[in-house]
Design a protein around this ligand. Structure first.
Ligand code: SF4
Ligand code: SF4
Length: 315
């Protein structure tokens, strides 16, 4: 299929940067988009992701560099100068200054209740396209994760065929197909999209020389000198992984089958003592909801249910 990238820098690359926090699923959908580009649209490129602990919600940066097949590779590594910037949490993006390295025609897409004009003011963007949507609200309404509405935005900017992306989402999470696609489609209903001509209202980003010569021991972004305080200990109040809280547990329904303990990826999250399920320790639970999926349906209902559902709804 013939496909044209929406941006290409002087090296032939379309550079995308997704800024999120651990548990949002940005890395998963980033890989999905990269694989679709390579397998379906005859693209090539590079993929890099930096992420820390999901439990503590450390910042995640996903770099996707796409180019037409057979483009000469002049440098590798994550993009530092994205033409498409996707922000799952504006505060995290701003704190890392990702919006300071944008070309004048860049696209910025944010999960926010702000309008595109308000985002332009907040980020002091020289110009370019701004897309906003309240993805958090979609997550709360559908029970999906932030990565679904944000994936929709990225697919729209890239102009990938939506049906191919939907098929990939359904294949990746068959048990959550309806929930995820519902969140995916809701993004289309509420997004706002505006283009701002560069009008000198704000200064353009300083001219940058691109390429690896700019990176050294002192300013190496990945590894080397990381600002540990920010990367390791910043509590992220806007974290909205899954539904934002741990699954609900009803001990009266539990049959102590231990399915939840077997599937839980985080030691300590499921508290199993004296061969009985005692509950969930929210300090270690990363809200992935896998335990809810495997908890058996009994005549009384499921012992573990999604946080937004009442006991009656869960039956
Ligand atoms: S999977 Fe459900 S029923 Fe089984 S031990 Fe866990 S909470 Fe109880
Ligand atoms: S499986 Fe359940 S208890 Fe374990 S991390 Fe996921 S949501 Fe939390």
């Amino acid at each position: 299929m013939k496909y044209n990238l929406p941006y290409q820098d002087k090296y032939g690359f379309c550079n995308i940067l997704m800024s999120a926090i651990g548990g949002d699923g940005a890395n998963t959908v980033g890989k999905m988009v990269f694989e679709l580009g390579v397998h379906q649209f005859n693209l090539d490129g590079g993929y890099d992701a930096k992420y820390g602990s999901e439990k503590t919600g450390t910042p995640t940066s996903v770099s996707i560099r796409l180019c037409p097949d057979c483009t000469n590779i002049r440098f590798s590594g994550p993009t530092l100068f994205p033409q498409i910037l996707i922000g799952f949490h504006p505060r995290v993006l701003i704190k890392q200054n990702f919006h300071k390295n944008l070309p004048e025609d860049a696209t910025v897409a944010l999960n926010t209740t702000m309008t595109p004009a308000e985002v332009r003011e907040e980020l002091q963007l020289y110009g370019g396209r701004v897309i906003t949507l309240d993805a958090k609200k979609i997550v709360e309404e559908t029970g999906s994760r932030l990565n679904m509405p944000m994936l929709w935005v990225l697919v729209k900017v890239l102009d990938f065929p939506f049906d191919e992306v939907e098929a990939a989402v359904a294949k990746k999470w068959p048990a959550f197909k309806e929930t995820n696609l519902s969140a995916f489609h809701q993004a289309e209903e509420i997004f706002q999209d505006e283009y701002f001509e560069p009008d000198e209202k704000f200064k353009q980003a300083p001219e940058k020389a691109s390429g690896p010569s700019q990176i050294g021991y002192e300013n190496m972004p990945y590894g080397a000198s990381l600002p540990a305080k920010y990367f390791l200990s910043d509590p992220h109040p806007e974290r909205t992984e899954a539904l934002g809280s741990t699954p609900q547990f009803d001990p009266d329904i539990c049959i102590h089958c231990a399915n939840c303990d077997l599937i839980c990826p985080d030691p300590g999250a499921i508290v199993f003592d004296e061969q009985k399920m005692q509950g969930i320790n929210s300090t270690y639970c990363k809200r992935c909801m896998r335990c809810v999926t495997v908890c058996p349906q009994t005549k009384k209902g499921k012992a573990l249910t999604m946080p937004s559902k009442t006991k009656e709804e869960a039956k």
